[in-house]
Design a protein around this ligand. Structure first.
Ligand SMILES: *Cc1c(COP(=O)(O)O)cnc(C)c1O
Length: 355
């Protein structure tokens, strides 16, 4: 793990604010950004002075490594404002640790904890008016790092830029989600980068997802690359299956991203005395459960939507529709988790961290 550096953040405030131009009731996800960003460059083997400055485009050389060799990683997390106007993060240490795991896998430098955490907290304080309270409001936080060295030489970059940008969001609703179970394409492979939050994992998903869209499905349920028999993730979310009253989700692996929402839901469900089994569910089991009526729910889990219910799945050109339930575990767990995140319910897990 990286050492701390305790460098003072240089702050350059924006002369004006865009906040009055924003319609906070009609935000589309990840489209609007706050007045400031956090930035820290890595040069000559060292992290430079961390800076908070006005949000703005920046110039880079066309030969910048990230464009050619794809060293790019990111995180996605949220901050919430409670009724007393305090701002809270949800398990930020998990995102920090995962960011550095991704960095190591992509041969990028680890970001020191104080740069990541202090940068994030200071940025949230400076743009605190943008964090709205109540009714599904939150601040989506996007830390990311790119290789900024120049030259079309297929080596790891020598320079990097770490940034954090903030985007106010409303609760995310993906509409009715129907999925296709992948029979050919893969999101990740053993020995690959599937466990890293690497930009390239997303690029690789777009084409098979487009094909699914053309057939009327919103997302792909990814299966293991070797046999396509094990269910692994849904789109860019971890995936849960409810068969009778047991929740199943695959164990994390080199192919499956270790989601903070996933692990929180597992703990929350256990506390609610729901039977949870962390094991791979086979496509055959899913089809059988759908056929005999024991398959009750499928849902994706991730920071953006928290829980995204799936209404049906297609496999080998057959569509299986899920029942519409009165008492859905997805809805119940989502409410319980968002209540903790929004400080509307007691956080007995110690997950929330005050900014
Ligand atoms: C980010 C991500 C998730 C969800 O992780 P959270 O920490 O819950 O937001 C799941 N799968 C993939 C592939 C992801 O990139």
């Amino acid at each position: 793990m990286s050492t701390t550096q305790n460098k003072k953040i240089e702050i350059i405030k924006s002369a004006t604010s865009k906040i009055n131009e924003v319609d906070f009731e009609n935000l589309s996800f990840g489209a609007v950004f706050t007045d400031h960003l956090f930035e820290c460059d890595f040069k000559n083997g060292e992290w430079q002075t961390p800076t908070i400055k006005p949000y703005a485009p920046f110039l880079v050389d066309p030969s910048t490594r990230v464009f050619h060799y794809g060293q790019a990683i990111f995180e996605g997390m949220k901050a919430y404002k409670d009724d007393q106007d305090a701002i809270w993060l949800f398990r930020p240490d998990e995102n920090y640790n995962r960011f550095n795991k991704s960095a190591v896998r992509m041969a990028m430098p680890e970001v020191p904890e104080d740069i990541f955490m202090n940068g994030l907290k200071e940025l949230l304080k400076i743009d605190q008016a943008w964090v709205k309270k109540g009714n599904g409001n939150s601040m989506y936080i996007r830390p990311f790092m790119i290789g900024t060295g120049t030259g079309v030489i297929a080596n790891p970059s020598d320079n990097y830029k770490f940034m954090i940008i903030l985007s106010p969001v409303k609760s995310y609703y993906a509409g009715e989600v129907k999925v296709i179970v992948a029979e050919h394409y893969s999101r990740a492979a053993n020995g690959g980068i599937g466990a890293a939050k690497a930009a390239g994992n997303y690029a690789g998903q777009f084409y098979p997802t487009n094909l699914a869209n053309k057939e009327g499905f919103q997302q792909v349920i990814w299966t293991d690359d070797a046999t396509h028999t094990k269910l692994e993730e849904a789109g860019t979310m971890n995936v849960f299956f409810r068969i009778n009253d047991t929740l199943f989700t695959a164990p994390t692996s080199e192919r499956i991203l270790d989601g903070v929402t996933r692990k929180s839901l597992i703990e929350l469900a256990k506390k609610e005395k729901i039977n949870v089994e962390v094991r791979s569910v086979l496509v055959d089991e899913l089809v059988e459960a759908a056929n005999n009526g024991s398959l009750k729910e499928i849902f994706g889990a991730g920071t953006a939507a928290v829980i995204s219910p799936i209404v049906g799945f297609s496999y080998k050109d057959h569509y299986y529709e899920l029942p519409k339930l009165e008492n859905s575990m997805a809805a119940d767990l989502k409410l319980k988790l968002t209540n903790i995140q929004n400080k509307l319910a007691e956080d007995t897990f110690g997950w929330t961290v005050k900014v």
